[in-house]
Design a protein around this ligand. Structure first.
Ligand SMILES: CC(C)(COP(=O)(O)OP(=O)(O)OC[C@H]1O[C@@H](n2cnc3c(N)ncnc32)[C@H](O)[C@@H]1OP(=O)(O)O)[C@@H](O)C(=O)NCCC(=O)NCCS
Length: 351
């Protein structure tokens, strides 16, 4: 990650080339094993994903029991935790991590799609072996093969979300993994971190903000009011990038192709104001700004957007966890205590 130059590479390959030519399956292989797969390696990897997609009946029962208004990220956290009870061996080697990783990477889209269909009162749809990871997700969600343009946009979204160095959720995964706990516990920690609106949850908030603005003519008034009231523009600002997020540039292209015209225009006008007034203090458009516009156009409910982020990011979590535990050291930061020491205990009746 080059925060000043606004560049991102996965294992040396630029994100622009991967988004143009690659697939989520290939990128996951690259992140885990360090090289792009050969035809045979990719076939074998895709076959393993297909073999692992089906969800156990017990998990579907759990999904059905969840409160109808629970946030889908909360439900996913429970679902992953539940699956961990069937497979809670500690992970000691990268191979252990990848074996569990492929099972979970394969299942997340089915969990999200099943939750959506249960909530809509629709029959669940089983995955198909001939569809891609992204295509299967949309197929299981909507019960019909997605248009090619949607499948590609979703594939690119998963590629762009897959990896981002030591972001908050990846750190949470590594922290738990460093205790030599099990893979699922580490992923549950990551889900908790990704859910927050300062991290992955911003993708949902960005779309809510465009809906709140509602009209391209209101953008300017809304923006200056937001600044006056110290409100944050969602989908803007980043701890590392101090330039336009390179992933957002790619998402913008797909938002223009697929997104609702009015929402796109609102976002574009707001983007101009952010770049004009906030970029001087390092606040620029980030990955979560445009992506929700694509999912909104597909008819995916807003509260599901962070689960799509997770569907991609779990690849990066798994890669970092495997790398870290191959030369593991317990992560244990220190804090500095500020205050008196050596105070005398006072019995409660004398305080
Ligand atoms: C991501 C984020 C938490 C990073 O914050 P950070 O590195 O801790 O930066 P700070 O909170 O210290 O902000 C630095 C300055 O930029 C401003 N700023 C940061 N993000 C802003 C935003 N989204 N909108 C308006 N102002 C913003 C802060 O108000 C602060 O201004 P000040 O110096 O005048 O007080 C922050 O930019 C944010 O809240 N963004 C919105 C949520 C979001 O899109 N998250 C997804 C990240 S990929």
């Amino acid at each position: 990650m080059d925060g000043k130059g606004g560049k991102l590479y996965y294992r040396g390959y630029s994100i622009e080339e991967l988004a143009e030519f690659s697939t989520f399956e290939e990128v996951t292989y690259l992140l885990w094993y360090g090289e792009l797969p050969s035809k045979g390696e990719l076939r074998e990897f895709s076959r393993k994903l297909a073999k692992n997609r089906e969800l156990p009946k017990e998990l579907l029962d759990v999904l059905e029991m969840m409160p109808k208004h629970a946030h889908p990220m909360g439900v996913l956290r429970t679902a992953v935790s539940f699956l961990g009870n069937f497979d809670d061996e500690p992970v000691k080697t990268p191979e252990d991590v990848y074996e569990k990783g492929i099972s979970l990477v394969a299942k997340i889209p089915g969990i999200v799609a099943s939750l959506y269909r249960l909530r809509m009162g629709l029959e669940l749809v089983k995955p198909r072996e001939d569809l891609s990871h992204a295509g299967n997700f949309l197929y299981m969600m909507f019960g019909k093969e997605p248009p090619k343009s949607w499948e590609r946009a979703m594939d690119v979204a998963l590629i762009l979300y897959a990896e981002h160095e030591l972001n908050a959720s990846t750190f949470a995964v590594m922290e738990v993994g460093s205790t030599l706990s099990d893979y699922y516990s580490a992923v549950v920690a990551g889900i908790g971190a990704l859910k927050g609106i300062l991290h992955g949850g911003a993708v949902e908030e960005a779309v809510r903000q465009f809906l709140e603005i509602g009209d391209p003519e209101r953008v300017e008034e809304w923006f200056f009011n937001a600044l006056k009231n110290k409100r944050r523009i969602m989908g803007a600002g980043h701890r590392v990038y101090k330039t336009y997020d390179p992933r957002a540039k790619i998402f913008k292209k797909y938002a223009r192709m697929i997104g609702d015209k009015r929402m796109y225009e609102i976002a574009e006008r707001l983007e101009t104001l952010v770049q004009k007034h906030l970029s001087k203090k390092g606040v620029n458009i980030n990955v979560d700004y445009w992506s929700g516009i694509i999912f909104y156009a597909m008819g995916i409910p807003i509260e599901f957007y962070t689960t799509i982020f997770l569907m991609g990011r779990i690849s990066g979590w798994t890669a970092h966890l495997a790398e870290y535990i191959s030369n593991n050291k317990l992560i244990r930061p220190r804090l500095q205590y500020i205050g008196e020491i050596g105070k005398r205990y006072i019995p409660i009746e004398r305080r």
